[in-house]
Design a protein around this ligand. Structure first.
Ligand code: G3P
Ligand code: CA
Length: 298
């Protein structure tokens, strides 16, 4: 991974300290959100491989458990939004009309094709739902063949529906030598994780980003993950997190989100605020925007 700023600071010397610090603030880690999901369907091996190839520093799988306790890469607790489950297994829906991953063995889920829910994105049902094990093999293998050291940054999804998820995931992670960060919105699950991997607390309410909330998070986590809107609402948040030794990672940057302004401006604005990393569907476009900033190399 590229974030090794200290040698750079030494080289630039005291005379250009101010500009060096500005450059430091510009460099951010790039996390391929659900893979390079702007280009290929989310949470598929090709999307992860593309994210890797486009230069992301971290690959993000969201994780849920199957009926036979296999952690798979899936955002939702159910399969109908992103797969053809309703066609392949029409009789397996619950009374609420939904198809829960927890009701299927992995061998059954492996028969499904992933479909892209966003209409302007990848149009074909080409790929399958991978296991965490597949994601780790992909990244570990690519690290071997490329000499890079890209990490895997899993999110523990829906822990209230699958209390065993954290332990199962930690056990699978222990079999692969790749950098790992773990993230969850669930503070209880994250705080009691039995692992040495750094943890990032995803936050969704304002109480967590008050001083007391950050103090609490800093007792177990290496960072926070926040919506970009949280930074718009609170210009002090990055500095207050950094004061407590917490990284700040922002979700989710999408270059095809028409509600936002120019993508590069958003990236540069976050970097200028001192944000440490971004989850993005378009890792290449984040890296391209960062390259326009002095001192911020890949
Ligand atoms: O995990 C950070 C970000 O991905 C959270 O949003 O809903 O895409 O998992 P979501
Ligand atoms: Ca996520």
């Amino acid at each position: 991974m590229y974030v090794d700023r200290h040698p750079f600071r030494v080289l630039v010397g005291i005379a250009v300290l101010a500009s060096a610090l500005a450059a430091d603030a510009a460099c951010m880690e790039v996390i391929a959100h659900r893979g390079a999901s702007g280009y290929l369907p989310e949470h598929t091996l090709p999307a992860y491989a593309l994210g890797y190839g486009l230069g992301a520093h971290w690959i993000e799988p969201d994780l849920v458990l199957t009926a036979d306790d296999v952690p798979i890469a899936l955002h939702d607790s159910t399969l109908e939004r992103t797969t053809d489950v309703a066609t392949v297994y029409p009789d397996r829906r619950r009374d609420d009309g939904r198809y829960y991953a927890r009701d299927f063995a992995y061998v059954e889920i492996a028969r499904l094709r992933v479909v892209e829910p966003r209409p302007n994105r990848y149009p074909h049902a080409t790929f399958h739902v991978p296991r965490l094990e597949d994601v780790l093999q992909l990244v570990h293998g690519l690290n071997r063949t490329t000499g890079r050291n890209v990490g895997v940054y899993p999110e523990l999804k829906h822990p209230e529906l699958q209390p065993d998820l954290a332990d199962v995931v930690v056990a699978v992670l222990s079999r692969y030598d790749v950098p790992v960060r773990l993230q969850s919105f669930d503070a209880h699950v994250l705080a009691k994780l039995a692992t040495d991997h750094p943890r990032v607390q995803l936050v969704r309410n304002a109480t967590q980003t008050e001083d007391g909330g950050l103090d609490q998070i800093a007792t177990y986590a290496a960072g926070i993950g926040v919506s970009s809107f949280a930074l718009t609402d609170d210009a002090t948040l990055v500095a207050r997190a950094h004061e407590r030794g917490l990284l700040v990672h922002v979700f989710t940057l999408r270059a095809d989100d028409e509600r936002r302004g120019r993508f590069a401006d958003e990236v540069i604005g976050l970097a200028a605020q001192g944000v440490d990393g971004v989850f993005t569907d378009h890792p290449d476009q984040v890296l391209a925007a960062l390259e326009s900033m002095p001192g911020c190399a890949r």
